[in-house]
Design a binder for this molecule. Sequence first.
Ligand SMILES: O=C(CO)[C@@H](O)[C@H](O)COP(=O)(O)O
Ligand SMILES: [Fe+2]
Length: 217
Amino acid sequence: MNKIAPSILSADFSKLGEEIIAVEQAGADYIHIDVMDGQFVPNITFGPNVVEAVRPTTKLPLDVHLMIVDPDRYIGDYARAGADIISVHVEACPHIHRTIQLIHSFGVKAGVVINPGTSLDSLKYILNDVDLVLIMTVNPGFGGQSFIEEMIPKMVELKEMIAATGKKIEIEVDGGINEQTAKRCAAAGVDVFVAGSYIYNKEDRKAAITSLRNAIN
Ligand SMILES: O=C(CO)[C@@H](O)[C@H](O)COP(=O)(O)O
Ligand SMILES: [Fe+2]
């Protein structure tokens, strides 16, 4: 079954715990945490202490999306803080194979992320080693942006690459996900749907998650 990962980037930070409990009760599968450093992307968000603080509020896996330069410096901190999945951008990792091993060394699932302008070729020699591939469907840095249509064929091609490995590797999409775009991504073979503004900008989070789930299953 396809999974929904609400991004807390669009939550009300003054009551983050309640915002996480609300989406868990509404049927979310992962909690997506966007970590930004003001260098790799032009925005700054959550340090490991925020992950540690929200960890006890939910049983759901914490899906940590690192949008930071040289992420090796902080992978241990986010793992110890309670991350279940840590994803790094291939654009930020000169030694991506080593970085994936580092994530696994903490007993955490490893994901790799590619920006809209990055080719699937960058994954060719590491695909066997990862648990998840995240295709950015917007340029990273902010919530509430529009879905980039050209990413649909990228999903289809990635699905074929993964099938050739014979392994169970999840495809996640992130950015501009709503009922319409999610439906098209699901048809392209996507497993995990990150949604920030679509869920958190609505008063009724349960209705938002239910309509997204109906669109993707
Ligand atoms: O990683 C990012 C943005 O860089 C995302 O996870 C956003 O939080 C998605 O927000 P929406 O496009 O769903 O509003
Ligand atoms: Fe994200």
